[in-house]
Every structure is written in C-alpha cells, then in structure tokens.
Write a protein that binds this ligand. Structure first.
Ligand code: RB5
Length: 148
C-alpha cells in the first residue's frame, strides 16, 4: 500500500525544522507536499495554517504537519477549517494519542518549544499511529457536530 501524502507548512519561525521534517518523512517513503514559505521573511501564521488545512480538508492530502513558534497560533487557524482536527504536541505520547483517540488529521509543532530531534520523534509517533475507532469515533463525531 502506498504511503499517505502529507502537506507541510510553517510560518517564518523555523523553516529549517519544517524542511528537516520534510526530508525525514520523504526518507520514510511518504509523499510530501511542502507549501512553504521558502524564506525566513516575517509572515502571518494564520494563512499558512489555513492553506495546509485546506489541502487536508479537501482530501488532497491525508494528513498535515504545521510549524510556528509555539505551534499554537497556526494550530488555531488550521482548526477553523471545517473537518480539521489539529493538536499541538511537544511529546510523542500526545502525538500518538491524538491519532488513536481523536483522529487528528493535523499535527502542529512549536519550533521554539521543541528541539529538532524530539520534533522528528513526535512526527514519527503521529504518522505511525492509527485511529482506533469504536467509542472514540462517537466522541470525534461529537466534535464534528460542533462545526454546525
Ligand atoms: C511569530 O513570531 C510567532 O508569533 C508565531 O510563530 C507563533 O508562535 C504564533 O502562535
């Protein structure tokens, strides 16, 4: 089975981290859509969170990984797009659990919070986990119902 297509985006806070995530998951056999930005010029995280989220919400990409300074602002923007469930993770356990229990389809990382090595472990935990369904599906459906 071919591996999932993953969209990556960030703001200016750490382009290098985003690029190292791209290289890492490409090495792991994933198809990567890196939508930038390509320079470290100051930019507005909401538009990058939204852009990545639209690729996931449309089904163009199965999952998304986004980066800003804290991971928080870009996550908030992504979660405004219908169908997106994005969590900020600074540890691998949470990254695994947001897939297994919350069926998260996006992961956000704070580049000024989380070191580059740990960030890759977090990414691996997220990508290697699968949604467990069952009672968790009922709860995720409750989240979806809040979208109106
Ligand atoms: C940019 O300076 C910073 O505010 C942004 O990367 C992020 O941390 C916002 O949540």
């Amino acid at each position: 089975m071919s591996k999932k297509r993953i969209v990556l985006s960030s703001d200016h806070a750490d382009i290098a981290l985003r690029q190292s995530i791209a290289a890492h998951i490409t090495d792991r056999g994933y198809e990567v859509l890196d939508i930038g930005p390509t320079t470290a010029e100051s930019t507005d995280y909401p538009k990058h969170g939204e852009a990545a989220a639209r690729h996931v919400a449309s089904g163009d990409c199965a999952l998304g990984i986004i980066v800003c300074g804290t991971g928080q602002g870009i996550m908030m923007a992504a979660n405004k797009v219908k169908g997106i469930r994005c969590g900020v993770c600074a540890d691998a356990f949470s990254a695994r659990m947001i897939r297994q229990h919350n069926n998260a389809n996006m992961l956000s990382i704070g580049a000024r919070v989380t070191g580059a090595g740990l960030a890759l472990d977090i990414v691996d935990a997220f990508l290697d986990a699968e949604f467990e369904g069952g009672r968790h599906a009922t709860r995720v459906d409750m989240i979806t119902a809040l979208e109106g």
